[in-house]
Write a protein that binds this ligand. Sequence first.
Ligand code: PLP
Length: 407
Amino acid sequence: MIRANENYSKLQASYLFSDIAKRVNEYQKNHPDEKVIRLGIGDVTMALAPAVIKGFHEGVDEMANDASFRGYGPEQGYAFLRELIADNDFKTRGADIDPDEIFVSDGAKCDSANFQELFAKDVKVAIPDPVYPVYLDTNVMAGRTGRFEDGRYQGVVYMDCLKENGFLPALPKEDADLIYLCFPNNPTGTTATKEQLKTWVDYAREKKALILFDAAYESFIRDETLPRTIYEIRGAKEVAVEFRSFSKTAGFTGTRCGFTVVPKECMIYDANGGKISLHAMWNRRHTTKFNGVSYPVQKAAAAVYSTEGQAQIKEQIDYYLNNAALIRNTVESLGFEYYGGDNSPYIWIDGDGRDSWAFFDMLLNKASLVCTPGAGFGKCGTDYIRISAFNSLENVTEAMDRLKTAV
Ligand code: PLP
């Protein structure tokens, strides 16, 4: 008899985006002439930059000739891309990351979801609340949690991110082995300073724990004092893995390319406390279960690092950050408390006593605006909504004009 992995039955059905779609469809049916503006989903709206398209075309053209055709490539990614990443994203920040510590992949979602399979089933997992749901759900699937009760899974160390702590979780009271952190954060839009990250690196070193650091939004950081990678913190190479993505950096959400950094110093432990190389384990996993990102996509990703590529993606991110500033200024002028939006594409807005779905319904019904209710990201999100800056300036301007008249 083929038996199911019954951990899947513990998962809470993700009603968030289907509930949003249902409410928006109903609204649109009753108001067919209203133009609904969507500031909910975290997907980019701008076309790939010209330099990226040129790199992509070159890669495709090479595939059209026997002499330059490429079949299976290295599972870890082509050296030309890994070297560009190491030089541009890490060495320039004083982080000594080697190209062979970089594993190119089809994105940060898959890597952040898959990485947990390297750890024992009984490790203690610490997860922020609110959170990008992938970290939690994949640990549920793996059987690292108990049942879902009162809005939370048994056995997980939840780290509350509240305005009282600046949405930066406190160190857990009970020992944690595997810690998920994400900065700039989705959904709260907040960032962490070097000193704040150092607290976590020191904790992980003391407890022999591991940090999984999601830096998918690092390219939105404009404040030069903020770290762009956790490896700017001394000692982080021993205790942290970093996930990166070209999705928000260069509009690759549909093209698919990201990478994970697994430093060679990073050790995990067997039952007797013996050291095991995390790099060797991930290399084994990646080469066994993944067959590499397509050559044209890696050529397109490499073009992100050309002089033109860098200028063009900066312009795109500046465009979204300008939208974010417009949203921030508007909600501030309306008297809302808000967070994020200056080194991040997300603005996290306090509903001022409104539950997040009530706030969502009010914006939909009074302004034809779609946001994301914070409840979808965890118990600590129930009093907030997330507004995303990924849209055209025209739409964001119109959305903010409508917001002013709606509240
Ligand atoms: N990590 C975070 C925090 C995200 O918000 C997202 C996408 O929204 C991802 C990872 C997914 O990135 P990718 O498109 O590279 O899979």
